[in-house]
Design a protein around this ligand. Structure first.
Ligand SMILES: [Zn+2]
Length: 238
């Protein structure tokens, strides 16, 4: 009897080892791991903007002034989409990887994993935009941030900027408009309301701090994403 128990225990250990070994190649690359490259890209984005930092609208009211940037083609740009997957395979640190877009191997897992797992790994979308965050500094001073806006906040802002019948350029550095972002609720019930200020105002010198959000977006390593998708399927596939 005791022998059988021992055997089962040994079998379990063996099984676990195999699973770990099987998964290992997915974490191996010729160069840096996807975790390192992603973190480097994040640091790079932060560095390139000097004092810049990512910022999400907090509870209540915040005031921002959107700032355009110039991409490497010399075009004026404002918003850049940022889509990520948060992956937790259980044994490593939670990874965050940039979505591969329409051919993304992780997005392709939608019907291959349970609803719960999909809820965890599904694309996490934000729109990035350079802003002056009014009174957002440590000592309550205005400062430059890269705002991460959810779809509803972005749409209201973009609607006002590009679809409304405003005579004046709301993005002008000297006579543009600040916007109030009001966040309420939590989780799935989080709501955003974006309202234009009544008066024009100056953006100050913050135009010098803007980050080229388009070219600071790293090219996606599709091979690494495919390997990661394989690991997810192996662990959570139904
Ligand atoms: Zn994706």
């Amino acid at each position: 009897m005791a022998k059988t128990v021992k055997k089962t225990a040994a079998k379990k250990t063996a099984k676990k080892k195999t699973a770990t070994r099987k998964k290992a190649p997915a974490r191996k690359t010729k160069g840096k791991s996807i975790y390192d490259t992603e973190r480097e890209a994040l640091d790079q984005r932060k560095r390139s903007g000097g004092s810049s930092d990512y910022w999400k609208p907090g509870d209540g009211r915040s005031t921002i002034r959107p700032l355009t940037f110039m991409d490497d083609e010399g075009d004026e740009r404002l918003f850049v989409e940022d889509v990520r997957h948060w992956i937790d395979l259980g044994d490593d640190e939670k990874q965050v990887v940039q979505c591969g877009g329409s051919d993304c191997p992780i997005c392709a897992l939608k019907n291959e994993v349970s609803k719960e797992i999909w809820g965890e790994i599904k694309p996490d979308k934000y729109m990035l935009v350079n802003v002056v965050h009014r009174e957002g500094g440590e000592d309550g001073e205005d400062c430059h941030k890269i705002a991460k806006l959810r779809k509803t906040a972005y749409e209201q802002l973009a609607d006002y900027l590009f679809n409304s019948m405003v005579k004046q350029d709301p993005l002008s550095l000297t006579k543009g408009i600040d916007f109030k972002v009001v966040r309420s609720g939590t989780g799935f019930k989080t709501k955003y309301k974006v309202l234009p200020a009544q008066r024009t105002s100056k953006a100050g010198d913050f135009a010098d701090s803007v980050v080229d959000l388009a070219s600071s977006q790293r090219e996606t390593d599709m091979e690494a994403l495919e390997e990661l998708a394989g690991s997810i399927l192996e662990k959570f596939g139904s």
